[in-house]
Design a binder for this molecule. Structure first.
Ligand code: NDP
Ligand code: GDR
Length: 378
């Protein structure tokens, strides 16, 4: 029975990976941060009471900025595999918190590598670093593969560049099994609500229910290679099961604009929209709807108005420096890992819209029934 340690277990990928490894029979340990409110929603279904015998799932308090706790947790858990997924992972937020982002996303990996090395676990323990397509930044060539030069365009990407190279360096200097998964954007129904895909699927659901009028977005022309997180965590695991540690690009090879993602999300609920105008003045307007489809989803067609502006651009979401185009070439992973994504973009959007629509319908129902959130300050 293998033991895995996951940092960032409370995040999107951490939750999917924990599920995946438990199903494979692993003992899973996770590092969670202390917070004033519970932050374990995504993994609550995996929780096991500390008094249970044969526990396969354990959480430890810790933080990637604190070497002392990382050394203690690695020592206590003696992992065969470490997945370093913890990060301040929001690109725009990294412009506001550049030093903190560097500390967690850059030095965090160094602290883990050192913990493994100092504890004499380098021959037992394999390490995965959550590297990112943001490393490519300003377009040098497409599609991007393992040999494409990096040109990071945010404090987040620069911090991740350090983590990428320190992983390569420890592999070469100390012969450690350490690898980088250069993962392109991957999403799911449990994606953080401030990333663009989830922001879109939540807002489209609310607009279809009549509880929100308009969705405000930044750069609609950015192009991303979006996959499903469920597929991508399998690739992380495969990277640690090889004879030799190497770095791999994980992507679908298909790129789509933010604008098109919005259009297709509306299509999922039977609403057709069209974009007009340019730059800050671009708008998305309802041009048609499918009454039968709306009804079949439990929605009221009378709430949908032809001519309604449902998408507007708000420059506050523009980034100081942007990554305009990402398309991954994952042929190395296809060949060497035997990995292939199962979800298409349409299947991903369907999964996210289905889940958010249900969630918003539940909220709407509770609100209409008078069960509003309690106001403790009245
Ligand atoms: P999330 O933002 O959903 O999760 C990040 C996790 O890191 C959370 O568990 C968070 O804890 C934790 N965390 C943040 N700061 C610290 C810290 N100082 N110490 C310990 N834990 C911390 O990200 P994803 O799951 O989407 O991504 C996982 C990793 O993969 C990240 O490193 C991300 O940068 C990288 N990545 C993601 C891609 C994507 O498209 N999703 C693509 C390529 C790379 P809390 O819940 O308390 O906030
Ligand atoms: P990204 O994801 O920056 O690619 O990083 P995000 O979903 O935040 O942005 C994707 C693109 O959409 C544009 N955009 C908006 N983005 C957000 N968040 N909110 C908006 O309102 C909005 N409007 C337009 C952005 O400008 C951008 O071009 C994600 C993270 O998960 C990283 O941790 C990871 O490393 C990379 O993916 C790969």
């Amino acid at each position: 029975m293998k033991t895995a340690l996951i940092t960032g277990i409370t995040g999107q990928d951490g939750a999917y990976l924990a599920e995946f490894l438990l199903r494979k029979g692993y003992i899973v340990h996770g590092v969670k941060r202390r917070s004033s409110l519970f932050n374990t929603d995504r993994i609550d279904h995996l929780y096991q009471d500390p008094h249970e015998k044969d526990r396969h799932f354990t959480l430890h308090y810790g933080d990637l900025t604190d070497s002392t706790n990382l050394i203690r947790i690695v020592q206590e858990t003696q992992p065969d595999e470490i997945y370093n997924l913890a990060a301040q992972s929001h690109v725009q937020v990294s412009f506001d918190t550049p030093e903190y982002t560097a500390n967690v996303d850059g030095l965090g990996m160094l602290r883990l590598l050192e913990a493994v090395r100092m504890l004499g676990l380098k021959d037992k323990c394999r390490i995965y670093q959550a590297s990112t397509s943001e490393l490519y930044g300003l377009v040098q060539q497409v599609p991007q593969n393992e040999n494409t030069p990096f040109y990071p365009r945010s404090p987040y990407a620069v911090a991740k560049l350090y983590a990428y190279w320190i992983t390569v360096n420890y592999r070469e200097a100390y012969d450690m099994y350490a690898c980088n998964g250069i993962l392109f954007n991957h999403e799911s129904p449990i994606r953080g609500e401030t990333f663009v895909t989830r922001k879109i699927t939540r807002a489209v659901s609310k607009i279809a229910l009549g509880s929100q009028d308009c969705l405000y977005l930044g750069n609609l022309s950015a192009q991303r290679d979006w996959g499903h997180a469920k597929d991508y965590v399998e690739a992380m695991w495969l990277m640690l099961q090889q004879e030799k540690a190497e770095d791999y690009v994980i992507a679908t090879g298909v790129t789509t604009t933010v604008r098109e993602f919005v259009r297709r999300s509306f299509e999922e609920v039977g609403i057709e929209i069209e974009f007009a105008g340019k730059g800050k003045n671009e708008k998305g307007v309802v041009i048609d709807f499918d009454e039968a489809q709306l009804v079949s989803l439990g929605l009221n067609p009378e709430l949908v108005k032809i001519g309604q502006t449902v998408v507007r651009v708000d420059p506050r979401y523009f980034r100081p420096t942007e990554v305009e185009l990402l398309i991954g070439d994952a042929s190395k992973a296809f060949k060497q890992l035997g990995w292939k994504p199962k979800y298409s973009l349409d299947a991903l959007i369907q999964d996210m819209m289905h889940s958010d629509l249900k969630e918003m319908q539940k909220e709407d129902y509770l609100k209409k029934g008078g069960f509003n959130t309690l106001n403790y300050f009245e």
